[in-house]
Design a protein around this ligand. Structure first.
Ligand SMILES: [Zn+2]
Length: 327
């Protein structure tokens, strides 16, 4: 199970491998990255390295590594589900008591908080109490899409590692193996839509809603140049209650706008899921308007990462796209 089995993100892997090899395991590790970028996989890799008994850790073969893969008594995973309830202050206090008990069989005890973005201030403050003076055997791993969701005091206690999507080729190699029946073109579209995040692209293969996502990307892209000023509001209405759909649509529209610029420059290689909408945009908007629209979408993607209010985000998306396209 060496670090090499985790695809891409060489810098993050090198950083963790160096800490493990040098026996300088950070007491608190923060893994930040977009949805489906492998945060939890890397967290479990690190947890296995912490309990592994071989020299080359994680070896993937020793009894501790095998248990780490299926359920290790000294590795506890708490999975957030987006609600503050899933990582409540009560749960953190309970874990704090458990942390005071020495490991069952390994040299370390690891608590993984996956998708810790939903931990509220109260819960984070409870966590902070043990991050400040952890027992020597205790290790904590927090995975988040955006570290801005964590208190600065929590962040400052953690060693941070950032993950990004991997290259098209790296992602394609993994997905081809996992979905041998799928068409390469289809896989590539998904990889690009999810910016090389293998987990998100793979999830979309099992998601019946994926067709609806593409439909929404197309509808919003087309509405950008509609003469009816309510068209964009109507096209974005389904996003209001769906954060995941919003994320995918913002990323998808961004690619459509980039395709439109490519098309305006005479390029033929379009990579978005709605190339015909991109061609239409390129014929109706100037290059300057396309660049301005792209900049607005980029800015809103960044705001979304900082957890901007969903209703405000959709309102701004409509208003700014109208303004950028002179409508
Ligand atoms: Zn091992």
């Amino acid at each position: 199970m060496q670090w090499g089995s985790f695809v891409g993100n060489d810098r993050a892997k090198a950083q963790l491998a160096a800490a493990v090899d040098g026996r300088r395991l950070p007491h608190a590790l923060l893994i930040e990255g977009p949805r489906g970028s492998g945060k939890r996989t890397l967290a479990m890799h690190f947890a296995a390295a912490a309990v592994c008994t071989e020299a080359d850790r994680p070896c993937g073969r020793c009894a501790q590594c095998l248990k780490a893969a299926t359920g290790h008594p000294d590795i506890t995973v708490v999975q957030g589900d987006g609600s503050a309830k899933s990582m409540s202050v009560h749960l953190i206090r309970e874990l704090r008591e458990q942390a005071a008990v020495v490991p069952n069989e390994a040299s370390h005890k690891v608590f993984v908080f996956a998708d810790a973005d939903c931990m509220n201030v109260q819960a984070q403050n409870a966590l902070l109490k043990i991050l400040e003076e952890p027992p020597s055997y205790m290790l904590f791993v927090l995975t988040v899409q955006s570290r801005t969701q964590l208190l600065p005091t929590v962040q400052s206690r953690c060693v941070s590692v950032s993950l990004l999507g991997v290259s098209e080729q790296e992602a394609l190699t993994v997905l081809r193996e996992r979905f041998p029946e799928a068409e390469e073109d289809d896989l590539l579209k998904r990889i690009r839509l999810f910016s090389g995040c293998i987990g998100a692209a793979a999830d979309s293969m099992a998601d019946d809603e994926f067709g609806k996502t593409i439909e929404r990307i197309r509808a919003v892209s087309e509405a950008i140049v509609a003469s009816d000023e309510l068209a964009l509001l109507r096209a974005t209405a389904p996003l209001e209650k769906d954060k995941m759909l919003t994320e995918a649509v913002l990323g998808g529209v961004r690619l459509v706008l980039r395709d439109a610029l490519t098309s305006a420059a005479g390029g033929k290689t379009l990579v978005s899921v709605a190339p015909e909408a991109a061609v239409a945009l390129s014929s109706k908007l100037t290059q300057k308007q396309l660049v301005a629209s792209l900049a607005q979408v980029d800015e809103l993607i960044a705001s979304k990462k900082r957890n901007m209010n969903q209703t405000l985000l959709i309102t701004l998306l409509c208003a700014r796209l109208r303004a950028a396209t002179g409508r």
